[in-house]
Structures are given as structure tokens and as C-alpha cells.
Design a protein around this ligand. Structure first.
Ligand SMILES: NC(=O)C1=CN([C@@H]2O[C@H](COP(=O)(O)OP(=O)(O)OC[C@H]3O[C@@H](n4cnc5c(N)ncnc54)[C@H](OP(=O)(O)O)[C@@H]3O)[C@@H](O)[C@H]2O)[C@@H](O)CC1
Ligand SMILES: Nc1ncnc2c1ncn2[C@@H]1O[C@H](COP(=O)(O)OP(=O)(O)O)[C@@H](O)[C@H]1O
Ligand SMILES: [K+]
Length: 514
């Protein structure tokens, strides 16, 4: 199942460009013209009254796109001022600059200040060719744009943003990007890049538009380049085929005659007395995801506190490893969730029989801490859902890579983690990244739902994944779909959300799912 539009790395984008040019079907200047015109078109859509634009063009092809934007805006009646660094002689950017009929001022702060204040800046200084943190005149220009109270339209990406990692080069990792350039609009080409969606990317890019420039037939994918998809945002890319949805499947319309056991069973292990809330949230979410039967498994000493509704939940006391092994000896299909509110000692006792049963399984919270303390081979259909702290306990070396400025980036790190541990790994945050052991990966990035950072939201997510596993989805697909449902429930509910609301929002989300 394809879960979202393809995300391509900068290297893949360059390979597509080379393949397109190598085919003889299209020249580099042609692609640049399409790219620049697409940006100008988006500007005219959003600023329909022609005004004054200052276009800043760097020395590479990003700058080349900028000259095309300048030309297209001028033709549409805008008053355009261009600042440009010298392009490499004979390059496409040099050809684009030669077509620009107006003046080109030096790409300096002095020249920028010498002109009248525009209605709009177009940032075409640096794109995918960024190789080092901006310094000197470029850094000064970017600081000027960041402080000016004038909207910035970024061509391909805001200059200084690494479009592979989402880091603003030169800014410490995780540091707020308060003083960095924040574009109002970013127009990129063909597909989103990882850096548009990760770390500083979403805040730096503003609204992200993906323009089709005819590279689709030259998509270079293959066994060595596993898929990376965008679960969110889901940019509408012109001329791209719509994705198949899970709506009818979620609503059980494809199995209308099914028995409850046809929709799978889930066993959600709870913690000891007073610690059952997290697992209850997970269990309710698993039921809402459509699992036919969901059983809560507290220790006997905590059974009484689970006597209250929802009555739809079954209860079964599980005190220790042998009791869990017995429950899992049931021949019916069953997915397992271990960790929410579980208590590390209890999880240490239950992990070995849980793994031995080889059921589809979600390990969250305390089960992850237990796994870090007592590493254990995992069964094939396993999903791990750490937040940053739990990830660092499980993969201390990879967590260091994540924290290192200029490091490999979240997607690469998660792919290593998933392959090493042999399970789907989901790293939570405003930019959630999911990776499978075979290299497939996905990003769900939504900084606009900060109210999702609330106690129990992660438990609901673990339950959703468990419910979808119980229904038979493979681990990577179940995790991607659960993350989308979870995000949509938060979006649809809005601020003031508590984790219980996520569960209650699910029916409306599923009813409208396409
Ligand atoms: N690929 C495609 O399919 C298409 C690509 N298109 C467009 O091409 C863009 C990529 O172009 P590109 O490769 O020429 O790189 P670009 O971003 O212009 O920068 C390179 C220049 O910047 C310099 N430089 C680097 N870092 C720097 C720093 N910190 N501070 C200062 N300078 C720095 C670097 O210098 P160097 O490192 O070589 O010394 C070099 O001179 C892409 O983003 C898109 O807009 C579209 O036209 C259509 C299809
Ligand atoms: N700033 C944020 N914006 C959007 N989603 C967020 C943000 N911070 C956290 N989340 C999401 O909220 C959930 C929190 O999960 P978790 O940290 O496990 O919480 P808990 O353990 O309390 O359930 C995850 O799905 C995560 O992706
Ligand atoms: K740019």
C-alpha cells in the first residue's frame, strides 16, 4: 500500500535531472525555465496585484531559477529588482541570467539596502547545492531577510536549510530557528525533499508547494533506493495520480459479512495497581481501529480498577510470564501491546514470553526501557514506538548521531535502527519518522498540532497500531496508517485536546477517511 507522496533526496533529484537531460527530451535550461515559471505562477496566485519584488540570485542553478522568476514577474507587470552573484560561465544559470533584460546588482547587503523596500523577496540564493553553513555576505543577506518584515518566497527551499536533513546549517541541532530565515512560501519541484518536513524545515519553509516540472518519467528508484513517503503534509502535486486510500477497509466495507474474529483480536497488557490508564487508552484505540475483540490484561491485584466501562473491553488477569504464555497459546490471530504504564519490572518479566509467541506486537514506553536493559531477539512483526528518550536508551550511539550537527539526519538514523533491531521503528515528535528493516521509511510532519503533545497521546498511538496489526495489516503499513489517523484526530479535534478525545474523535475520522 502506498501511504503518501514520494519524498526524494537531493541526490535522487539530481539523478532525475541528469536522466531527463540524458534522454535528450529536455535540456537543463528548459527545466530551469519550468521551475522558475512555476514559482512566478505561485507568486501571482497569492499576490494577484503586481507589486515590487527583489529577487536574490545565487551563483548556481537555484540562482538560475531566480532569473526566470524575475523575468516572468516583470512580464506580468511587477517591478523587479535583481541582485545576483556571478554564475559559472557556460552554465544554465548563466544562460538564464543572460535572458534577464534588466540590471543585476551585486549580491550584497549594501546593494540590497540601496534599493526601495519591496513587497516581496524571492530567495534564490541557495538550493540543493548547499555544501556548508552560509557565511560572509550570504549569511548577512539571510540575516537581513530574516529580520525584514517583508514576506520571503523561497525557491526550492529557504537558503541555508539542508534539504536532506532539515537542519539549518550553522544552527545547533534542536535549537529554535527563531532568528533564521522563515519563508512565507516555498515552491519546490517534483517532490518534497526530506528537509522540507524534518527538524527546522517546516518552520523555515512556511507553506510548501510542490510544482510538477515534468520529471516524473525520469524518477530514479530501485532496490538500492528504498521508498520514503510523506504521510503528512500531503501536497497536491499536479498531474500525480491519486493514492489509493484505506477508507473502505477501515470501515469494514470490504469484509461486510465478517465475524468479530475476522477482524482480529488484541491483547493490551496493563501495569500494576494505579497504573492502568495508559493501557486503557491503548485498548480503547485498538477497538476504535476496528479490532474485533480487545482484552486488557492487568495483574490480578489491579483487576478491580478495570471493572468500569467501557464494557466492550474484555479483561483477563495476567500476573507473570507463564500466564502470558498461556494467554498467547490461543490459536486465534492476536496482536499484542506491551508497555503503556506497564512498569519496567513487569515488562522485563513479560518480554521473553511475548517475543516467544511471535505475534504481531507493539512495544512502547516501559517495554522499550525493559528491552534496552535486557536485549532480546524480536519476532518478525514487531513495531517499536519510542520518543527521543526511549530511543536514546535503545540506541545510544544513534541518538548521538541524531544530536550531532551535520549528522546523517533522522531518516538515515531510523533506517539503521530498524535494520539493527529487526523491527519497524517509529520515532515520535512533531516530525515523526517511521522506518522498516527493509529500508522503507515515512515522515509525518505537522508542527501545527502542538496540542498532540499531551499525556497519553503516545498510548493511543500504540493502541491504534495494535488494533491495525490485529486486523491483519503488516507492521509498516499499520504504523503509517495509525500515525495518519492519530494526526488527523488531533487536527480535527483542535486545541484543548486530551488523549481520551483522540479516541473519541476516531469514528468521525474513520467515517470521512478516503
Ligand atoms: N536538480 C533538478 O532537477 C533541478 C534543479 N533546479 C534548481 O537547481 C538548484 C540546484 O542547483 P545547484 O546544484 O547549482 O546548487 P545551488 O543550490 O544553486 O548552489 C550551488 C552554488 O552555491 C554555492 N554554495 C553552496 N553552499 C554555499 C554557502 N554556504 N555559501 C555560499 N555559497 C554556497 C556553491 O559553491 P561551491 O560549494 O561549489 O563553492 C555553488 O556555487 C535547485 O535547488 C533548484 O533550484 C531547477 O532548476 C530544476 C530542476
Ligand atoms: N510538538 C508536537 N507537535 C505534534 N505532535 C507532537 C508534538 N510533540 C509530540 N507529538 C506527538 O504526541 C505524541 C506523544 O507521545 P508520547 O511522547 O509517547 O506521550 P505519552 O507517553 O504521554 O503518551 C506522539 O504521537 C508525538 O508524535
Ligand atoms: K533558495
Amino acid at each position: 500500500m502506498i501511504e503518501g507522496p514520494e519524498i526524494v533526496t537531493c541526490a535522487q533529484m539530481r539523478a532525475m535531472e541528469s536522466a531527463a537531460m540524458g534522454s535528450g527530451a529536455i535540456s537543463g535550461l528548459n527545466l530551469m525555465t519550468r521551475a522558475g515559471r512555476a514559482v512566478a505562477g505561485q507568486i501571482r496566485l497569492r499576490w494577484p496585484v503586481a507589486g515590487r519584488a527583489t529577487v536574490l540570485c545565487g551563483p548556481g542553478n537555484n540562482g538560475g531559477d531566480g532569473y526566470v522568476v524575475a523575468q516572468a514577474l516583470a512580464q506580468a507587470g511587477w517591478s523587479v529588482r535583481v541582485l545576483g552573484g556571478p554564475p559559472r560561465p557556460g552554465s544554465d544559470a548563466a544562460a538564464a541570467r543572460a535572458r534577464w533584460q534588466g540590471d543585476v546588482h551585486p549580491l550584497t547587503v549594501v546593494a540590497l539596502r540601496a534599493g526601495p523596500a519591496p513587497d516581496l523577496y524571492v530567495d534564490a540564493i541557495l538550493g540543493t547545492g548547499l555544501t556548508r553553513p552560509p557565511e560572509g555576505e550570504v549569511a548577512a543577506l539571510l540575516a537581513h531577510l530574516a529580520q525584514a518584515d517583508i514576506p520571503v518566497v523561497a525557491v526550492d527551499g529557504p537558503s541555508g536549510l539542508c534539504l536532506d536533513s532539515g537542519q539549518i546549517l550553522g544552527l545547533p541541532r534542536g535549537a529554535p530557528a527563531r532568528d533564521a530565515l522563515r519563508a512565507a512560501l516555498t515552491v519546490t519541484f517534483d517532490s518534497p525533499r526530506p528537509g522540507h518536513l524534518l527538524e527546522h524545515g517546516p518552520a523555515a519553509c512556511g507553506t510548501l508547494i510542490v510544482a510538477d516540472i515534468g520529471l516524473e518519467p525520469f524518477r530514479v528508484l530501485g532496490p538500492t533506493l528504498p521508498r520514503l513517503t510523506a504521510l503528512w503534509p500531503r501536497p497536491a502535486i499536479p498531474n500525480r495520480r491519486p493514492l489509493a486510500g484505506h477508507g473502505p477497509w477501515l470501515r469494514k466495507q470490504q469484509s461486510a459479512g465478517g465475524h468479530k474474529y475476522d477482524h482480529g483480536a488484541a491483547l493490551i497488557v496493563t501495569g500494576g495497581p494505579g497504573a492502568g490508564g495508559a493501557a486503557r487508552l491503548a485498548a480503547r484505540a485498538a477497538l476504535r481501529a476496528g479490532a474485533g475483540l480487545v482484552t486488557l490484561a492487568p495483574p490480578q491485584a489491579a483487576m478491580a480498577e478495570h471493572a468500569l466501562p467501557p464494557d466492550a473491553l474484555m479483561r483477563r488477569a495476567i500476573d507473570d510470564g507463564p500466564a502470558l504464555a498461556k494467554a498467547l497459546a490461543d490459536r486465534r490471530a492476536m496482536a499484542l501491546c506491551l508497555g503503556p504504564g506497564g512498569g519496567v519490572a513487569r515488562m522485563l518479566a513479560l518480554l521473553p514470553p511475548a517475543c516467544a509467541a511471535a505475534r504481531p506486537m507493539v512495544l512502547d514506553a516501559d517495554a522499550l526501557t525493559a528491552l534496552a536493559q535486557a536485549p532480546h531477539p524480536l519476532p518478525p512483526s514487531c513495531v517499536l514506538t519510542p520518543h527521543g528518550g526511549e530511543f536514546a536508551r535503545l540506541f545510544p550511539d544513534l541518538a548521538q548521531d541524531l544530536a550531532r550537527p551535520g549528522g546523517p539526519g533522522k531518516v538515515a538514523v531510523l533506517r539503521i535502527a530498524a535494520q539493527r533491531i529487526g523491527a519497524v521503528v517509529l520515532l515520535k515528535g512533531p516530525d515523526t519518522v517511521i522506518a522498516a528493516p527493509d529500508g522503507r521509511a515515512a515522515i509525518h510532519s505537522d508542527a501545527a498540532i502542538p496540542w498532540l503533545a499531551t499525556a497519553g497521546a503516545g498510548d493511543v498511538l500504540a493502541g491504534l497500531i495494535t488494533g491495525l496489526l490485529a486486523r491483519g495489516l503488516p507492521p509498516f503499513a499499520a504504523t503509517c496508517l495509525a500515525v495518519r489517523l492519530h494526526g488527523q484526530a488531533a487536527r480535527q479535534h483542535g486545541p484543548g485536546l486530551i488523549a481520551d478525545d483522540l479516541v473519541e474523535a476516531l469514528p468521525a475520522v474513520i467515517a470521512a477517511w478516503r
